[in-house]
Ligand binder design. Structure first.
Ligand code: SAM
Ligand code: SF4
Length: 337
C-alpha cells in the first residue's frame, strides 16, 4: 500500500477499505428531542449561509457518484423530512448516471404525507426510528407526543412501495429494554425489518455510559425468550447489522453492535454534513471542508481530490474502548446518523 492518497478512482483508505455508501445530513434540526440524542432545549442550529444549498448538495453527491464510485446515498440528519428541498434533491440524485440506490433515515413524522412524492422522485427505501410502542414512553423518550404520526408514517411508506421498510430501535436500560420481543412482534406483523442499534457515545449531553448501555448480547437474549433465532446464511458484506432468521425465516432481525461487536474492518461509509464537511467516520474528530472549496470555485476534480484525501486518513477503528477515546465534538444529530 502506498503512503499517499490515490490521485484518481474510488474512495479508498490506507487499510484498503473502499467507501461506496454515502450518508448525507440535510439538516441538524429536528422535530423530536430523543433523550439519547439531543437536550430538551435543542442545540445551536447551523445558520442559513452555513448550510449547503440544494444545488451544492446535489453537486457534491454528483462528484461522489460519478467520480468516486459511490453507489448508495442515504439522506439523514437531524430530521431529513424537514428539509424543504428534500423531494427535489432525491429527484436530482435519482437522475444521475450511474443511478445510486437511495434511502432516507427518518423519525417518520410527516412520512405518511411525503412517502408518495418521495417514491415518485426515486427514493428506494426508508429506515424509520422507533424505540417504543407505548405512547407515554414515546412522549417521555422523544419529549414529544408523536407516536401515532410515526406509526402512520411507517404504514404510509409501505403503501407507497418504499420497501423494505426498516425499523431502527435503540434500547435503554430501565426505559424500554423490556420491549425487544414486542418490537419484533410489531415488525413481523407489519412486514417491517427490525434492527436494534447499541446506544453510542454521540449524544450532545455526553450522558452515554458504557456500563448502562444495553449490549447486543443482552438484546439477543431478550429476543430468544420469545423467538428462535438462527444464523442468517445471507452474506453480510459491509452491512453493520448482524442478522438472524426468526423462527426459521424468512423473517429476519438485525443487531448493530457498534460498541461491543465493532465492524470497522468492513466499513464502507463516508459522510457529508449539512454544512459541507466530509467525515470519514461517525467517530472521527477531524473533518475536511468541501463547502469552502466549492464556494471558492473548486472544480469537480479538485473536490474529488479533497474527498479522496479525507478518506485516506480514516482510522482503523472507532476506539470507543480505548482509554484515549474522545467523543466527537459534534453530536450525532449534526453528523448525520
Ligand atoms: N432523525 C432521524 C431518525 O431519528 O431516524 C435521522 C437522524 S438520527 C441521528 C439516525 C439514527 O441514529 C436514529 O435511528 C437514532 O435512533 C440513532 N441515534 C441517535 N442517537 C444515537 C445514539 N446516541 N446511539 C445510537 N443511535 C443513536
Ligand atoms: Fe431527532 Fe433522530 Fe435525534 Fe431523535 S434521533 S432527536 S429523531 S435526530
Amino acid at each position: 500500500m502506498s503512503v499517499a492518497p490515490p490521485t484518481g478512482g474510488v474512495l479508498v483508505d490506507r487499510y484498503g477499505r473502499v467507501a461506496r455508501d454515502l450518508r448525507v445530513s440535510l439538516t441538524d434540526k429536528c422535530n423530536l428531542r430523543c433523550t439519547y440524542c439531543m437536550p430538551a432545549e435543542g442545540l445551536p442550529w447551523l445558520g442559513g449561509p452555513q448550510l449547503l444549498t440544494d444545488d451544492e448538495v446535489i453537486r457534491l453527491i454528483r462528484v461522489a457518484v460519478r467520480q468516486l464510485g459511490v453507489t448508495e446515498v442515504r439522506f439523514t440528519g437531524g430530521e431529513p423530512l424537514i428539509r424543504p428541498g428534500l423531494v427535489g434533491i432525491v429527484a436530482a440524485v435519482a437522475a444521475l448516471d450511474p443511478r445510486p440506490r437511495l434511502s432516507v433515515t427518518t423519525n417518520g413524522i410527516g412520512l405518511e404525507r411525503m412517502a408518495p412524492a418521495l417514491r415518485a422522485a426515486g427514493l428506494d427505501r426508508v429506515n424509520v426510528s422507533l424505540d417504543t410502542l407505548h405512547r407515554e414512553r414515546f412522549a417521555r423518550l422523544t419529549r414529544r407526543d408523536r407516536l401515532p404520526d410515526v406509526l402512520a408514517g411507517l404504514a404510509g411508506a409501505a403503501t407507497a412501495g418504499l420497501t423494505p421498510v426498516k425499523v431502527n430501535s435503540v434500547l435503554m436500560r430501565g426505559v424500554n429494554d423490556d420491549e425487544a420481543p414486542a418490537l419484533l412482534r410489531f415488525a413481523l406483523d407489519h412486514g417491517y425489518e427490525l434492527r436494534f442499534i447499541e446506544q453510542m457515545p454521540l449524544d450532545a449531553q455526553h450522558g452515554w455510559d458504557r456500563a448502562s448501555m444495553v449490549t447486543a448480547a443482552e438484546i439477543l437474549t431478550a429476543l430468544r425468550t420469545a423467538y428462535a433465532l438462527s444464523p442468517d446464511p445471507t452474506e453480510r458484506g459491509a452491512a453493520p447489522a448482524e442478522t438472524w432468521l426468526v423462527d426459521g425465516g424468512p423473517a429476519r432481525v438485525g443487531v448493530i453492535g457498534t460498541v461491543t461487536r465493532p465492524f470497522c474492518g468492513d466499513c464502507d461509509r463516508t459522510r457529508l454534513t449539512a454544512d459541507g464537511q466530509i467525515r470519514n467516520c461517525l467517530f472521527a474528530t477531524e473533518e475536511s471542508d468541501l463547502r469552502g472549496a466549492l464556494r471558492a470555485g473548486a472544480d469537480d476534480a479538485e473536490l474529488a481530490r479533497r474527498w479522496r484525501a479525507a478518506t485516506w486518513g480514516k482510522r482503523a477503528g472507532h476506539g470507543i474502548d480505548d482509554p484515549t477515546f474522545l467523543q466527537p465534538a459534534r453530536p450525532m444529530s449534526a453528523i448525520g446518523g
